[in-house]
Design a protein around this ligand. Sequence first.
Ligand SMILES: Nc1ncnc2c1ncn2[C@@H]1O[C@H](COP(=O)(O)OP(=O)(O)OP(=O)(O)O)[C@@H](O)[C@H]1O
Length: 565
Amino acid sequence: MSVNFEMTTSPEVAPKNTLRLRLEVVRFLLGAGGGVKDRIVFYTLLSGLSRAGMIFAINETARRHGEGFGWPVVMLLFCVVSMVGFGYLQKVRAFTLITRIEAQMRNRLSTLLLRANIDFLISGRHGKVYGAMTAEVTQLAQAVVFLVEGIGACVVLLFAIPYLFYVSWIAGLAALGALIIGGISFAFLDGPARRWAYRAADSFALYCDRVTDMLGGWKELRLRASRRAALEAETQGVIETQVFRRMRSERLFAGSTAGAQSAVALLLCFVVIALPYLQSGGAVAMFQVLTIVFLVNGPTEMVFAALPMLSKAESSYVKIKQVEADLMAAQSLALAAPQQTVAAFSEIALRQVTADVGEAREGVVPFHLGPVDLTFHPGETVFICGGNGSGKTTLLSLITGMRHPAKGEITLDGVALTDATTAGYRELFSAVFAQFHLFDHAYGLPESELEALQARIAQLGLAKRVQLLGDKFSNTSLSAGQSRRLALAVALAEQRPIIVLDEFAADQDPANRAFFYDVLMPELSASGRLVLAVTHDDHQFGKCDRLIKMDAGRIVSDEYLTKEI
Ligand SMILES: Nc1ncnc2c1ncn2[C@@H]1O[C@H](COP(=O)(O)OP(=O)(O)OP(=O)(O)O)[C@@H](O)[C@H]1O
């Protein structure tokens, strides 16, 4: 399989290397996880200052050779305080900060994701979200160590360079020249390196999509070797592309660092070879200059090692911000609003409600539902039927308040829903969706509902397969029909006034189907609950109070029936 490394994905254009963006990343890193208020800044400054003090003390010790133990003791003190004390504290604090920043960013993205609207969630592939929440968050957070160490190194340089000028202006000029050449060499390769880093991140997001395919489609993949082979080849291609792009980026970053560091090495050569001819002052002056130059070398290397890490962090920052912006644009206002739970209702009405599902693009026509006028009351058992794709599930998503009407309004007891009241309105419903999710805990159920759940598990014939240990299910490895019954047990235990069941009976055996229609439905109706059930079981239509038929996004009939007993 041939891989086009440039175009396997359509990478979003990397932002230009603007100073503003760089500063924004630095500000973010210093602000996140406690930021500038964190002790790390204090330790870094003290570590830098004590290293600068160490340089000074070493020189003074050399200059005052034979003048007693004063300066040697000061020198040793500075060494211990600088390296052992503040260096250690700085590193420990840095890793505390990394984990805190990672946690903060993951929490923020999780919160946004939990509040994302239905259109975002059903829009398909979410590799970018996985990528941002995993690799990009880690890379961005790790840059904070390099940032603080880079700042510490700059503190040393701010002291050491003027001091070098003071001891030898020739060596000072050479050091400044080396830094400038290093900076230019870094800037030259940094742009292309960052662009490849962006492309590598795009490939990683694509890889996350392939992993989703592998985990979600494992059954289909087992049944057809050629499908598995094709997905494997596709995944390998994505991995190769990611590796290629990453390597390109890393090579360029390594080049930029090496270029900068060679400039500093050249300075050392210059000092050793040329300075004895240019500099007066003899061996002591030479020793002083060399000491400073060697001590300048470490922080300079640090600065040039930190800069690429900041560039990588910048790529991650932009990727995370893109995902954050997508999620922010897709926030369900109803979820962000404070919730006021509604526990009972007299009437729910949809008035001239419409919905548009999907976006128009090549080969895709968005689905339009409505306008729909419907009214529901407690105690009704309503069946909704219609062909595949006629809009039954979309209608349920409107009724349950999960999708906002494009036009029209939904009223609860005569009052139109707003963003502020929708969240509370949703609490009227419990549901088993056609594509439901079974959690391994009965999350959020109070003690009374957990007791009810235990009873429902037994009632639905699952007691031998599942037990409730606290709020945790002992087992969720169940057959399709059993899983759906367990989801139903949870929905029934929730004791909400409305229960929504989307094709519940589809994967039940005849006995469970009969139990569902002949025992459960009448029980729910007698308890005063509104039951909204999507069903294709036309021979069971006589078991409901009301039958709504849909076709191509419209209600074609809405009849009240005389229930069969
Ligand atoms: N994520 C999506 N993007 C675009 N269109 C979608 C999306 N999900 C569903 N649709 C379209 O919306 C229409 C209504 O879908 P819906 O799931 O409401 O139908 P349904 O009556 O419940 O079908 P079924 O009986 O097959 O479950 C369909 O034509 C479907 O193709």
